[in-house]
Write a protein that binds this ligand. Structure first.
Ligand SMILES: [Zn+2]
Ligand SMILES: [Zn+2]
Length: 340
């Protein structure tokens, strides 16, 4: 099969490799589409370490091409998505209910084991979710980031009527926006550096948008909330400056969710007095523990619109161009999909 194999920093090669061989509890998926995630870009740049050579790609949809002998309830031809995270099931954290993603032996399809920038990917059957035939399979490639956002919105504990600020209007910020509205936010304010992303945020229901290159987001958010700041702020950028903006835009006694993943060596400078004075609740959000099933329901029910987030679709042969567009956010890129 054709696959994009990463050999090292920015060394991505299109190759013919053997089709994955499945074991009794695994499923072979013919890939329909795979999204490029910030994680892929970090690994591609050498900012996050993984074992190479590897086929990246963990945000994928496809159709089942083969099932192992012990697999029940899944059949060849089923349209599916799959959760990438593979906990071991027997370490200290795995035995502590929802903390399974702190697994000491955690593997992940497309991160530590071969993923879906390829014609086929194999996945353990218990990670596979069947979709209705009518659901758009390109859109389905965004169910994985949606599952991570469901965790983030759970951490935000939005109450009906809360005012919410989302810092950043990338794919994840735009999903969090929709989840905040569905959670009963009375007003959602979205910030970003790109007008094109902000106009998409408006289309998806943001009440106010702020271009941080043109106005001070903290001042503007305070103005929009009677001088107090929002009840809940969610940082969806992955930069210390964005966390500071989110913190300052939150009212006294409010909640701050640090959702974006900053580079491993980034440092957040904060005056502890500011946190003391506000008595903030600060939450972080790690992957998608037990949220994938809900993400499938949210997507399939239409509660969240994923299609408008797909800005580019590339063929697997054009994966170098696809990575360039995603990395440099060319042409108003939001979510870039790669299709074999
Ligand atoms: Zn991802
Ligand atoms: Zn474990």
């Amino acid at each position: 099969m054709k696959a994009a194999v990463l050999y090292g920093v920015r060394d991505l090669r299109l190759e013919d490799v053997p089709k994955p061989e499945i074991s009794d509890n695994e499923v072979l998926i013919r890939v329909n589409a795979c999204g490029i995630c910030g994680t892929d870009i970090h690994i591609y740049r050498g900012e996050w370490k993984t074992n190479t050579p590897i086929i990246l790609g963990h945000e994928f949809s496809g159709v089942i091409a083969d099932v192992g002998r012990e697999v029940k309830g899944l059949n060849v031809g089923d349209p599916v998505v799959a959760e990438p995270n593979i906990p071991c099931g027997s370490c200290y954290f795995c035995r502590m209910s929802e903390r399974n993603y702190f697994c000491e032996n955690l593997e992940a399809t497309g991160v530590t084991v071969n993923g879906a920038f390829a014609e086929y990917v194999k996945v353990v059957a218990s990670n596979v979710y069947r979709l209705p035939k009518a659901y758009n399979l390109d859109e389905a490639a965004l169910i994985e980031p949606l599952a991570c956002c469901v965790r983030g919105i759970d951490q935000a504990k939005i109450k009906v009527g809360d005012t919410v600020a989302i810092i950043g209007a990338g794919p994840v910020g735009l999903i969090l926006l929709q989840l905040a509205l569905q959670s009963g936010a009375s007003m959602v304010i979205q910030t970003d550096m790109e007008d094109s992303r902000l106009s998409l945020a408006k289309d998806l229901g943001a009440d106010h948008t702020i271009n941080v290159t043109k106005e001070d987001p903290v001042e503007s958010i305070k103005e929009l909330t009677g001088g107090y700041g929002v009840d809940v702020a969610i940082e969806a950028v992955g930069k210390p400056e964005a966390i500071t903006q989110a913190m300052r835009a939150t009212r006294r006694g409010g909640r701050l969710v640090i959702f974006g993943v900053s580079p491993e060596d980034a440092v957040w400078k904060v005056r502890p007095f500011e946190l003391y004075d506000k008595e903030l609740t600060i939450k972080t959000s790690y992957r998608s523990p037990y949220t994938f099933q809900r993400a499938v329901k949210i997507a399939v029910s239409g509660l969240v619109r994923l299609k408008p987030l797909i800005s580019h679709v590339f063929k697997l042969d054009e994966i170098h161009g696809a990575f360039e567009v995603a990395e440099k956010r060319l042409e108003g890129a939001v979510k870039v999909l790669v299709k074999p």
